[in-house]
Design a protein around this ligand. Structure first.
Ligand code: SAM
Ligand code: SF4
Length: 321
């Protein structure tokens, strides 16, 4: 189907779909608080393929597969291959906690995933349990990152959520670790989806400099909200990404749309509006009917997110970050 390009109510073009394949997770990150009884995954492989075809027909060019933990789905490589084969889709990306990556990095790369983000908040195995729960296995995550380095992804990023009192003394080491593994470190301000106190991006930059990372401006922009600087330290150098979700305004150039693990469209991560698409799919709705529902939901998208203090947001694990 080809149709008029997708735009939200503020006139921003939508070119990037974040598709959460499951609300289940093998970790219990304190700031994300996934539900322990997330149940079975509502969205099927066929649903995912149909929705991606629909969005590609309306101008979406990049899809990120996320969760919950997307690698818990046995059909993840098949879903990735379907997405990669969809006419119009130029890039398939994946975000994972890395625990199952050692065995999956090569199959996912073969399936057509070209860009990979791995979450790694700490280099200290003993700190991982407090951040991510008892099931998180530091050695397996590091093996996953090494396998990802070998698999030849066009882009490898390490996502670090900076949590006050937990990992802010490690930011320089995390930078050097990422560069040493051919990856770009990205420091994310904690958003109010669970426990923990954020560290503002400005302070993260100061901490990095205090921890031996020299930073200079760099205007690299990717598809997402990250802003970059170029850093160097101890004979290593590379880009550093910053996602100032709480203290920096990036909503004005938002190009994203989300479909949660429940098959509902969310026009904004930091909002509560949902458009359930699965009932339409199950009722045999045409692409035209689905497109009408999607466009109506996007028209309600506000100028900016509602993630202020005390905001009651939809759970992060079901939305996919
Ligand atoms: N399970 C995968 C993972 O952790 O990488 C993918 C889903 S997770 C929801 C996507 C990203 O959101 C991760 O990089 C995670 O660190 C980040 N995230 C989760 N909760 C967050 C929060 N409260 N604030 C900022 N980032 C958060
Ligand atoms: Fe799971 Fe990712 Fe949430 Fe951590 S951030 S609990 S790994 S979904």
């Amino acid at each position: 189907m080809s149709a008029a390009p997708l735009c939200d109510g503020q006139g921003r073009a939508v070119t990037y779909l974040r598709l959460s394949l499951t609300a289940r997770c093998n970790f219990r990150c304190s700031y994300c608080s996934p539900s322990p009884d997330a149940g079975t995954d509502a969205i099927t492989r066929d649903d995912a393929a149909r929705l991606v075809r629909l969005f590609a027909g309306m101008g979406v060019r990049r899809v990120r597969l996320t969760g919950g933990e997307p690698t818990l789905r046995r059909d993840l490589p098949d879903i990735a291959a379907d997405v990669a084969a969809t006419p119009g889709i130029e890039e398939v990306a994946l975000t994972t906690n890395g625990q199952r990556l050692a065995e999956l990095a090569a199959p996912l790369r073969r399936a057509g995933v070209s860009r990979l983000n791995v979450s790694l908040d700490t280099l200290a195995p003993e700190r991982l349990e407090a951040l991510a729960g008892r099931a998180a296995d530091h050695a397996r995550i590091l093996a996953g990152i090494a396998a990802a380095g070998q698999a030849g992804f066009a882009s490898l990023k390490l996502n670090v959520v900076v949590v006050r009192g937990q990992n802010e003394a490690e930011l320089g080491d995390l930078c050097r670790f990422a560069w040493g593994h051919g990856a770009v470190p990205r420091f994310i301000e904690l958003m109010p989806f669970g426990a923990g106190e954020p560290v503002p991006t400005l302070e993260v930059k100061q901490l990095l400099q205090a921890q031996g990372v020299a930073l200079v401006p760099d205007d690299t922009r990717g598809w997402g909200p990250a802003r970059h600087m170029r850093g160097s330290s101890a004979g290593l150098s590379g880009l550093v990404g910053f996602i100032g979700a709480m203290t920096e305004s990036f909503c004005q150039d938002c190009n994203r749309i989300r479909v949660g693990a429940d098959g509902a469209l969310r026009s904004c991560l930091g909002g509560r509006d949902r458009v359930p698409l699965l009932p339409l799919l199950r009722d045999g709705a045409s692409d035209e009917a689905l497109a009408v529902a999607v466009r109506a939901g996007l028209l309600r998208k506000g100028v900016q997110h509602e993630m202020g203090p005390g905001a009651a947001l939809l759970p992060m694990a079901g939305v996919g970050g």
